[in-house]
Every structure is written in structure tokens, then in C-alpha cells.
Design a protein around this ligand. Structure first.
Ligand code: NDP
Length: 448
């Protein structure tokens, strides 16, 4: 475990005491606190205004019952939640996650991360997150719709274009966003496009939003390599997951000359030494919504590994893009042993703190999620801009904006790390730069 001063320790202990049983939230807070001693020492006004204590306490937490009926007529009950963490910079912004593992601690960790991520984009968006312990796997389209309608029937009163703007996350893609938005529109009797992002292109969505997180993480990786005088051409890559983030990371990596040899889902991973066939992957994951072993069945030379770790596959660059804490110290040691030179977090907090330390000691370039995967929310903010102006931008224009945003985020992290005496430490750079922007705004807005 990393260290921080006694003053930060006592604030951290208080966070743990007041939010028991939320290990992921504690982990996310600790990870940020480990970077903050120098900035708090330099800015006594942040302590005076109790910025850290206030940052760790969500402005509002909403929990609600989501009753719905499955296809056999049986009543099902799930729990819905939305954590509106911080609105100093703009309306709460962050995705909805539908996964059986969802609990308040996980949503709080994601919401806390989102505050700093959104600050790093430089756009006027605060931090929030929500979701449900609903498991969409194996559910029919009708069941998904009934669940989404019930979820929104409660959530609608707490969100709005100027209040809180949800989007997708694990288990929530454009199909679910459609059902959620449709119900919001019906209940409120208004076509308020800017209330949710990740919409379909025919009904208020924006080009590039689907690709944005994976593309953005790859652009971030490109910047990290460029800062070391290197690039992606001819590199071997491994990307975990095969959802929205992973698929479009694979696409951009291939466009930039890398060979992606493995991806995964929760059932195992596929290794394709010739390089993944992206059309086949999209067909299986986006159209058929099938398991990843189907890829190996249809592609000669590829093999499916049910138990085992995707991080055993040798690579130059790794993009964990599935879920939190999926890459442990052992995995990190294997990656280092196999000559991996850069790791970028496509997912939120996929690397455990011990894994990050191993990368740092081995001088592996490391891009933390709150910077590297910010392209998704940044493009959501562009979707909000288009909705507000009743305009729609071309793919090329929007992608250029995304690339520029990722360049700026990298530069901000890089320069902040240097300014605070830790060159190339993008974890510190991201935490300090994100914190600084939110903290300044909180001081300016008074005791709220
Ligand atoms: P998707 O639901 O589209 O895909 C998630 C992928 O990760 C699936 O392949 C899934 O496999 C796998 N996965 C999920 N949970 C687990 C688990 N517990 N163990 C192993 N594999 C798992 O989600 P996204 O691609 O949207 O999100 C992936 C990550 O990126 C998350 O951490 C999310 O918070 C983060 N993120 C997403 C953004 C976005 O714009 N979508 C923006 C920024 C961050 P299976 O289908 O078998 O469950």
C-alpha cells in the first residue's frame, strides 16, 4: 500500500468508517489520496474548505426498487441506484451499469473516479454513476425493455439535461439507452435529447460516441508511446473484454498498425496469433450477442481458453478493458516478464494497486483509466453540445475533436506530473490535475 500524510490518513480513515463494506470505493479514494499530499501542501485553502472531506461524500444517493415481470409472468425485483457525486463543474455525468455484481460501493467507486475523469476532459460536466444488480445475460429483448422502463419510471424524476445526464456502461448499450430514453420521453412528454447520451443516430445520438472510449484509449496509448519516442506500428497488443470499449480499442489499434492477438469475455479468452478478425468479432458480440468461444469455432488458427489468464499471452502493449481489478500483481509480473512496454486502462480501475506498482517499478508506461478512458464521456459531452444546438457533426470532425481531447488530457497529465516532481507518472498527473480543477471550483462556489 502507498502512503500519505497523517492529515490525509485521518480523512481516509473517516471515509472507511462512514462507508463500511465498500472496498472498491475505499480503493478508489486511497488511490487518489496517494497523489494529493503535494497539492494539498501547496494549497492550504483546500484544507481550510475541507475539500477532500466534501469530495468523498456524494451530494446525493438515490436507491429504488425496480419491479418487473419476466417472460413467464413471474415478478422480479431488482435494486436501482444513482449516485450524484459532485456537480461543481456541471450536471452530474456518468454511465449506468447493469450487472449482478453491482452494489452501492461499486457505484460510488465509479462515481468518485468520474469526478476527476470529467474534470480532466476540460468540459463542463460533474461526476455521477448509477445502475442496477439486474443481470441482462440470457434475457429476451422484451424483458430488457420491461426492466429499462421500470428503472426509468423511478429514475426520471432525478435526472435532466441540466441536472444529471446518464449514459451506458457494462450491460447498457444503445438498445438499453433506447428503451430508457423512450420511457423518459413518454413520462415527461418532452423530447429532451440532452437527458441521456449514447443514443442511436436516428434519434439524437452522435457519430463516434460508440467508438469513443476504445478509440480514445488507443489515442492515449499513442501519446504515451510518442512521449517515449515510439509508436504502435508493428506492436503486438492484448485487449481484455469484448464489449463496447474493447471492440473499438481493437479497431483503432489495428488502424494504427498494431496486431491484436487476444480478447476475452467472462467465460474465457481467445488467442488468435494471426491477429483478430474484427468483422467476425463484431458479428459475434454486437449482432449475435454470443459467447467468445464461438470466435475460435469459426476462425482457424484461433483457440479458446476457458480457464487461464489472458495476460499470459505475450504482448508489447496491454489494454485491460473489461472490469475492475481484473489485472492483479501476478498478471502484471507476467506481462513485465514477457516484455510488455505499455499498459492502458480501457476499463475503470482494472489494475489492482499492486499491479500498478509493479508496472511503475519495471518502468512500464502506464495510463490510468480516469485519463485514458475519458474519451467516452468527452464524446458524450459533444453529443450534449449537438443536442443543445440541434446540430449533428460529421464523423471526421467529431473524431478530430476526440483525438485533440485525448492529446490534451495526456499533455495535462504529463505536465502536471513533471510540475510535481514525478516525471512520466501519469497516475499522479491525472489525480492532481483532475482534483485541482474540481477543488478550485468548489472553493469558488462556497460551502455547498
Ligand atoms: P460492455 O458490457 O460492453 O462489455 C464488458 C466486457 O467485459 C464484456 O466482454 C464482459 O464479458 C466483460 N466483463 C464484464 N464484467 C466482467 C467480469 N466480472 N469478469 C470478466 N469479464 C467481465 O461494457 P463496456 O465495454 O462499456 O465497459 C467495460 C469497462 O470500461 C468498464 O469498466 C466500464 O466502466 C469502462 N468504461 C466504459 C465506457 C463506455 O463508454 N462504455 C467509458 C469509460 C469506461 P461478459 O459479456 O461475459 O460479461
Amino acid at each position: 500500500m502507498g502512503q500519505f500524510s497523517e492529515r490525509l490518513s485521518s480523512i481516509f480513515d473517516d471515509v472507511v468508517r462512514r462507508s463500511p463494506g465498500e472496498p472498491e470505493f475505499h480503493q478508489a479514494v486511497r488511490e487518489v489520496f496517494e497523489s494529493l499530499d503535494p497539492v494539498v501542501a501547496k494549497h492550504p485553502e483546500f484544507a481550510e474548505h475541507k475539500i477532500l472531506q466534501r469530495l468523498c461524500e456524494p451530494e446525493r444517493q438515490i436507491m429504488f426498487r425496480v419491479p418487473w415481470q419476466d417472460d413467464s409472468g413471474e415478478v422480479q425485483i431488482n435494486r436501482g441506484m444513482r449516485v450524484q457525486f459532485n456537480s461543481a463543474l456541471g450536471p452530474y455525468k456518468g454511465g449506468l451499469r447493469f450487472h449482478p455484481s453491482v452494489n452501492l460501493g461499486i457505484i460510488k467507486f465509479l462515481g468518485f473516479e468520474q469526478i476527476f475523469k470529467n474534470a480532466l476532459t476540460g468540459m463542463p460536466i460533474g461526476g455521477g454513476k448509477g445502475g442496477s444488480d439486474f443481470d441482462p445475460k440470457g434475457r429476451s429483448d422484451q424483458e430488457i425493455m420491461r426492466f429499462c422502463q421500470s428503472f426509468m419510471t423511478e429514475l426520471y424524476r432525478n435526472i435532466g439535461e441540466y441536472t444529471d445526464v446518464p449514459a451506458g456502461d457494462i450491460g447498457v448499450g444503445s438498445r438499453e439507452i433506447g428503451y430508457l430514453f423512450g420511457q423518459y420521453k413518454r413520462i415527461t412528454n418532452s423530447y429532451e435529447s440532452g437527458v441521456i447520451t449514447g443514443k442511436g443516430l436516428d434519434w439524437g445520438g452522435a457519430l463516434v460516441r460508440t467508438e469513443a472510449t476504445g478509440y480514445g484509449a488507443t489515442y492515449f496509448l499513442q501519446e504515451m508511446l510518442a512521449a517515449r519516442g515510439s509508436d504502435l506500428e508493428g506492436r503486438t497488443a492484448v485487449v481484455s473484454g469484448s464489449g463496447n470499449v474493447a471492440v473499438y480499442a481493437v479497431e483503432k489499434l489495428q488502424q494504427l498498425g498494431a496486431k491484436v492477438v487476444a480478447c476475452s469475455d467472462s467465460s474465457g479468452y481467445v488467442h488468435d496469433p494471426d491477429g483478430l478478425n474484427l468483422d467476425l468479432l463484431k458479428q459475434i458480440k454486437e449482432v449475435e450477442r454470443a459467447r467468445i468461444d464461438v470466435y475460435a469455432e469459426r476462425r482457424s488458427g484461433a483457440r479458446f481458453v476457458a480457464d487461464g489468464s489472458i495476460w499470459d499471452v505475450p504482448c508489447d502493449v496491454a489494454l485491460p478493458s473489461a472490469t475492475q481489478n481484473e489485472l492483479t500483481a501476478d498478471h502484471a509480473a507476467t506481462l513485465v516478464k514477457n516484455g510488455c512496454v505499455a499498459v492502458v486502462e480501457g476499463a475503470n480501475m482494472p489494475c489492482t494497486p499492486d499491479a500498478v506498482r509493479i508496472f511503475s517499478e519495471a518502468k512500464v508506461a502506464f495510463g490510468p483509466g480516469k485519463a485514458a478512458n475519458a474519451g467516452g464521456v468527452a464524446t458524450s459531452a459533444l453529443e450534449m453540445q449537438q443536442n443543445a444546438s440541434r446540430d449533428s457533426w460529421s464523423f471526421e470532425f467529431t473524431e478530430a475533436r476526440l483525438a485533440e481531447t485525448m492529446r490534451n488530457i495526456h499533455q495535462t497529465c504529463y505536465e502536471t506530473a513533471e510540475e510535481y516532481g514525478s516525471p512520466l507518472d501519469l497516475v499522479k498527473g491525472a489525480n492532481i490535475a483532475g482534483f485541482h480543477r474540481v477543488a478550485r471550483a468548489m472553493v469558488a462556489l462556497g460551502l455547498i
